[in-house]
Design a binder for this molecule. Structure first.
Ligand SMILES: Nc1nc2c(c(=O)[nH]1)N[C@H]1C(S)=C(S)[C@@H](COP(=O)(O)O)O[C@H]1N2
Ligand SMILES: [Mo]
Length: 370
């Protein structure tokens, strides 16, 4: 074993359990309990990721609310604090949105040297159709005050001892714009592992904002404080020297996810002159993917992939590309997405000590036979 490989393994050991390869269709379990599990990249081929294949990320042992006695409290800087049951919430206008949920840490394992944290590779991401009520409708019912600039989010999970609770807040502008409180996922009641009975859906923003098992939302003039706001989930204001840690004041909270494409489907072997199809998905925090391109010469030339007809501002876009190998040997195909703001996926991801928002070009190697 190379020294580097050994260090990689040694550093990752406390977090990595042996993946279970027993079932055909399965998640890859990354630690014990609470469950953190990602979807194998080659299974992320559907426009809507099936609920049972959707990655799970929970900081602490979940305490799932009892749907019968559960209520959502709405308080803080509002004229009329409310407490709503699920039946009462469901009387508000129902809205649907199809969008990507990606953990900020997706791709952390692809950084070198290895960074501490759950070792996600490609599969802490999925695309789902979420249904519920607008955050705006609920807050307007409660008579939200104009000076409330942040929405504090509280789930029912309860960490042990002095471990900091997973408390977060989100800017009110975003919450009032397009966020929903979801009780359904892909046409089914929201599964327990994904936050039943109610979770936040924050289109275009990283998963840490998508509070599960919601029990209270509270309007405030200040952001939430605590470990998960002040230390974790922060992103450099300006790019820095790889390997050098940023200070908290050189960072701001992670918000939008970064433009990215992944290759889900490609043959291992091809023949000279015989076309092959490769497929994948692309998404960004900016609304809509403008294009996906493929290179076979490490970025010197790019050709446009075909985008699938299905799309929605913050959903992912499936794509396919027909490629005819010209000569025998190993060919490396890499994909690059560009979003509606003309931001293109970079060759290397932006360095940050937590390994958030990894979005470097991904490639596949194919053996081309004569
Ligand atoms: N209450 C609560 N909500 C939470 C979390 C959590 O630990 N507790 N994890 C967050 C993070 S970091 C992510 S990436 C998403 C994951 O959602 P999923 O498990 O439905 O895929 O939930 C978010 N919501
Ligand atoms: Mo996350």
């Amino acid at each position: 074993m190379h020294r580097r490989d050994f260090l990689r393994l040694a550093a990752a050991a406390p977090l990595l359990a042996t993946p279970l390869y027993a079932a055909e269709r399965h998640l890859l379990q990354l630690n014990g309990y609470p469950l953190n599990a990602e979807t194998p990249l080659e299974l992320l081929t559907d426009y809507l990721t099936p609920n049972d294949l959707f990655f799970v990320r929970s900081h602490w042992i979940p305490r799932m609310p009892d749907a019968k006695t559960w209520r959502l409290k709405i308080d803080g800087n509002v004229a009329r604090p409310l407490s709503l049951s699920l039946a009462e919430l469901k009387k508000l206008p129902r809205v649907e949105t199809t969008c990507v949920l990606q953990c900020a840490g997706n791709g952390r394992a692809l950084h070198s040297p290895v960074l501490p944290g759950v070792q996600w590779s490609y599969g802490a991401v999925g695309n789902a159709r979420w249904a519920g009520v607008r955050v705006r409708d609920v807050l307007e019912r409660a008579g939200i005050n104009a000076n409330a600039k942040h929405l504090h989010l509280f789930g029912s999970d309860d960490p042990p001892g002095k471990v900091p609770p997973f408390h977060r807040s989100i800017e009110m502008g975003k919450a009032m714009d397009d966020c929903i409180l979801a009780y359904e996922m892909n046409g089914a009641p929201l599964p327990q592992s994904h936050g039943a009975p109610l979770r936040m859906v924050v289109p275009g923003w990283a998963g840490d904002h998508w509070m599960k098992w919601l029990v209270r939302i509270s309007a405030s003039d200040k952001p939430q404080t605590g470990f998960y706001m002040d230390t974790a989930y922060r992103w450099p204001l300006k790019p820095g020297e790889p390997g050098v840690s940023f200070k908290p004041e050189e960072m701001r909270p992670v918000t939008e996810i970064a433009v990215k494409s992944n290759i889900t489907t490609a043959p291992k072997v091809a023949r000279v002159g015989v076309p092959i199809d490769i497929r994948g998905f692309a998404f960004s925090g900016a609304p809509d993917i403008a294009r996906v391109e493929i290179t076979d010469d490490d970025g010197a030339h790019w050709k446009a992939a075909t985008l699938d007809v299905r799309h929605s501002a913050h959903a992912w876009r499936l794509w396919s590309f027909r490629y005819t190998p010209k000569r025998a040997g190993i060919v490396k195909l890499a994909a690059r997405a560009t979003d509606s703001r003309n931001t293109a996926q970079p060759r290397t991801a932006i360095w940050n000590q937590s390994g958030y928002l990894y979005n470097a070009w991904q490639s596949v190697s194919i053996e081309v036979k004569a």
